[in-house]
Write a protein that binds this ligand. Structure first.
Ligand code: FAD
Length: 469
């Protein structure tokens, strides 16, 4: 009987445990992707990126003589229906760990089992299953360093090659057309600009990993914090959609380490931050939407999206150059440098005293590497309300951060056109990308800061000192 491989955020052919198992089971393999509530809930940029990822994945499957069947609706109904239509005897998939997916998958599994269909989920999105990492007392980790010590020497299976052949069924079931879903439609702004900066798919992911391992990883330790240098791997958008497996990145890191490339250890440790984010989301799913530390629920964050300071922050016109440069980078490319993420998040939650959830939601809408666990953990880390968080009184000073990590101002000039006689294309792209409704005029002078570095810091610290944490 055929095996259905339910593809989710794992748009790859190699190192895909569910696909490998389906091929090994013998019989035809029917890959399917569902547009369900978890897809509909995505922000504009992640949804647009998903469409590109799916288009590329469809081509990759076609090269193997296979197809991707597209269906829409609740998985609990659509998957069993597809089983009936195809006479499939098994449904395989790789696990997701966010609460909405877990609930859905549990129900699908039990329905299939009731109907006598083999239903099996596999690991693959992570290196270490979140429940497999425990403290000596059998608890989960709230702090990264001991988590890292617990996982760093674990055996990670080598990535498995793509199947050479995927047997097609005699007849393919009906499929929706990707264009009809119009997943990119919510990108009612600058999709063409964004397209210049994004390359989707497994081949692109592996090529970029190769380049980074050859040219970047040795200096990663020193360069990863520099805003003006392309010093990081840029694996995040591929990892987010599973166009590359974390195990492939991990083994590339191990090999680089064995070759004596200095930054490789740091790269492995960063991959483990992604694991830690999933570990936290699995054990404390409220991290996605509420202050992880309960006492923070009383903190006087502002939480109204219509506030002027929120609008200026989202529109990258706070008047604080490094903050605006970073927010423009995200708007234009769907990506933001990690150090910049910390700087803009600190400015929003501390200088402007706006709730981290507002920033998180903006990132949800704008990032092509959007990841529920990493985004939530990142925001709560900076805001100070997360586990193992930066203390609230550690307020990033955007000016000194810029001096240190963008010493010659190249990053700021790359993204801020105002004040430059001949701004680079990247800075001009911002004006092409933003919606007309923002009423941005290129010739307007650069704005004064909403809140200066000093005032913002003082106000934030005063609010913090008022509370007894
Ligand atoms: P590299 O430095 O090359 O790191 C390699 C990989 O390690 C990354 O691709 C990523 O998978 C992982 N990694 C590195 N740093 C972190 C981290 N701090 N947390 C979790 N994983 C990490 N990352 C996302 O993938 N999606 C998000 O939505 C996201 N939102 C964030 C929001 C905030 C406020 C902050 C502070 C961080 C966020 N991060 C997020 C983490 C980090 O900024 C990005 O993973 C990183 O910038 C991606 O660039 P890179 O692939 O070149 O990273």
């Amino acid at each position: 009987t055929p095996t259905i491989v339910w593809v989710r955020r794992d748009l790859r052919l190699s190192d895909h445990a569910a696909l490998t198992a389906a091929v090994a089971r013998g019989g035809p393999v029917i890959p399917v992707f569902l547009r369900d509530h978890t897809v509909d809930a995505l922000g504009a940029a992640p949804k647009w990126r998903l469409e590109r990822g799916l288009a590329t994945f469809i081509e990759a499957l076609e090269e193997k003589g296979a197809r991707l069947i597209l269906r829409a609706g609740p998985a609990q109904e659509v998957i069993p229906e597809l089983v009936r239509q195809t006479g499939a005897g098994a449904v395989y998939w790789q696990r997701a760990y966010d609460p909405a997916s877990v609930e859905r998958d549990t129900e699908v599994k039990s329905r299939l089992k009731q109907a006598g269909i083999e239903a099996e989920s596999f690991a693959g999105h992570l290196l270490f299953e979140p429940w497999s990492v425990e403290t000596k007392q059998g608890a989960y980790y709230k702090v990264y360093s001991p988590f890292w010590r617990a996982v760093k020497d674990r055996e990670v299976p080598e990535p498995v090659a793509a199947p050479s052949d995927i047997r097609a069924p005699g007849q393919w079931p009906e499929s929706a057309a990707l264009e009809d879903w119009a997943l990119g439609a919510a990108m009612n702004r600058g999709a063409e600009v964004l397209a210049r900066h994004v390359s989707a798919g497994e081949a692109a992911a592996q090529a970029r990993l190769g380049t980074f391992m050859r040219d970047g990883v040795a200096d990663y330790g020193e360069m990863r914090d520099r805003l003006d240098v392309a010093g990081t791997s840029r694996m995040s958008e591929y990892l987010s959609l599973g166009e590359i497996s974390p195990a492939r990145c991990w083994h590339a890191g191990l090999r680089a380490q064995a070759e004596g490339k200095k930054g490789a250890g740091k790269f492995l440790a960063e991959l483990a931050w992604r694991e830690f984010a999933y570990h936290l989301m699995w054990h404390t799913p409220h991290i996605l939407e509420d202050n992880w530390r309960e006492e923070w629920r009383a903190f006087p964050w502002k939480e109204d999206r219509r506030l002027r300071e929120v609008r200026l922050w989202e529109q990258a016109r706070t008047g604080m150059e490094v903050v605006d440069a970073a927010l423009r980078e995200m708007y234009v490319t769907g990506y933001m440098h990690n150090r910049a993420r910390m700087i803009v998040a600190s400015y929003l939650t501390k200088h402007l005293m706006v709730h981290w959830r507002i920033g998180q939601a903006w990132f949800d809408d704008c990032l092509v590497d959007w990841d529920p666990a990493a985004n939530a953990m990142g925001w709560q880390w900076v805001a100070g309300c997360g586990p193992d968080a930066a203390p609230y009184f550690r307020v990033f000073n955007p000016e000194t951060q810029a001096e240190k990590f963008d010493p010659k101002g190249a990053y700021r000039r790359k993204w801020i056109a105002e004040g430059q006689a001949r701004p680079p294309q990247t800075a001009l792209d911002y004006f092409d990308a933003v919606p007309r409704s923002w009423g941005l005029v290129r010739s307007e002078p650069y704005p004064e800061p909403v809140v200066s570095a000093k005032e913002g810091r003082e106000a934030a610290l005063a609010a913090y000192e008022d509370r007894d944490f």
